[in-house]
Design a protein around this ligand. Sequence first.
Ligand code: MCA
Ligand code: AMP
Length: 494
Amino acid sequence: MNQLFQAANKNPHKIAIIDHNGEYTYSQLLQNSTKIASHLLENSADLNEARVAFMVSPGFEYVSVQWAIWMAGGIAVPLCISYPFPSLKYVLDDTAATLVVAGHEYQTILDPIQNDPSVRFLKYSDFEEEIEIKPLPEIDENRGAMILYTSGTTSLPKGVLTTHKTIESQISTLVSAWAWSESDHTVGILPLHHVHGIINVMSCALWSGASIHFLNPFDAEKLFQIFETGKVNVFMAVPTIYFKLISAFESFSNQRKTNLSEILNGFRLMVSGSAALPVSVMETWHKISGHYLLERYGMTEIGMAISNPYKGERKAGHIGQALPGVEIRLVDESNNLVASDEPGEIQVKGPGVFKSYWGKPEATIKTFTTDGWFKTGDIAQLVDGYYKILGRDSIDIIKSGGYKISALEIEEVLRTNSNIKDCGVVGIPNPEWGELVVAALITEKDFNLDELTSWLKERMPAYKIPRKFIQLDELPRNAMGKVTKNELKKHFTT
Ligand code: MCA
Ligand code: AMP
């Protein structure tokens, strides 16, 4: 990640990060990261791709630890700060993380692994101790750098391994396509265990010598107050956040609305992605801010692949064209190219594509064609030179609040409840969340649904928990006995 650190060196006195503790320059960031790298290295010269899981506050602490892991030759495994322990444990076990870093807010939840002999457990406060700065290892750009977890068509999330080179390519492509510069000032509100928050917002800003103001957790009122300081000029979010911002904006006084609209109008760039941007949201946001949101398309496995133009027409309901350096093709079920106006699966090739699913060689092989195209599972059509997403090939993948959620994963957890005999989870359209996760249950007779949500909260993050439950006598099935999810969805719309 040398280019990222070199860029930081160019602007030593510039403010890199603003968070709940204060402001930090690029020089402070580099110094702190180097010091933490020495702590991580301890007696070794190179972490040699050891997985370092870290659960620290979004802001200066997060970036310092992430950069330190990269400097010391480890693979960064960011843990979601809202996960309950079983979800964290899954990631720790799956990556076989040998180092775990905990910010002080997260020490209690990680308590159960403090005495695990296979793990070196470090508190963020340990890094405050003085240490002799150690020489940093030379890191080949093809070495592993990060593992992010993504849900898919299998029941358990898969770790997506990217290299230093992949990440640099993902960042530099966006920096140039969206004209990032050191005069930019953005806000970090997205979770830092996914590409959108890590690459598109945080790393692009830092690569460019810009400033990033972290706000955690997301809060529409607090975000508008940051906008009202007049410093922000670049903003990126998922459609749900734009929906929430519109609702908040509508409750403001006319004077505040006028003032905010003027401020928003002065932004250089506003981007939406991670899920389909409803045309109505795009239009309402345009009325508020004067901006047509730049919608783009990406995936954990590929970074960003398709984008509406920075300069040029941004089409509502469309994701744009291939980004420079990214090859895109649309194919049918036999991997043959479709006719130019026909729908097909998006397949991607390019330097931003991930290396492998961590520890899952068969899944990795299955997700690429024999000639090296990554199969996204998203169906699109090229309409007047702009790609348009039509849907996904699997009904078991749900997008809610910008998060990708596996229906199968939730079903598997539900089935471990002794009162649930069977279940079916689906996503139903919802204007705020994109899709809402809902579940049909076949339960024991006296089962009390009220306690189910708190039971689930101990087992999965809030965003995966079904928001509606219905009880059925049986699930709709086809002749083969498979649950027909399209039929099941109808039970929630009536
Ligand atoms: C939370 N709640 C929900 C959901 N999530 N209700 C329905 N559906 C959901 N999905 C409920 C909570 O349980 C709670 O309810 C209430 O909403 C507030 O919860 P909270 O967690 O505070 O929600 P929030 O902070 O308002 O969260 C909304 C959010 C968040 C900020 C939009 O979902 C978010 O950060 N999404 C971004 C995800 C993301 O970055 N995805 C990128 C991955 P109660 O009060 O009743 O308990 S995709 C990616 O990286 C690719 C590469 C790409 O293309 O970008
Ligand atoms: P994730 O695996 O969490 O990285 O989510 C990637 C998925 O999000 C893609 O495969 C798409 O299904 C979806 N996605 C991302 N951007 C968009 C977009 N602009 N429009 C529609 N779907 C999108």
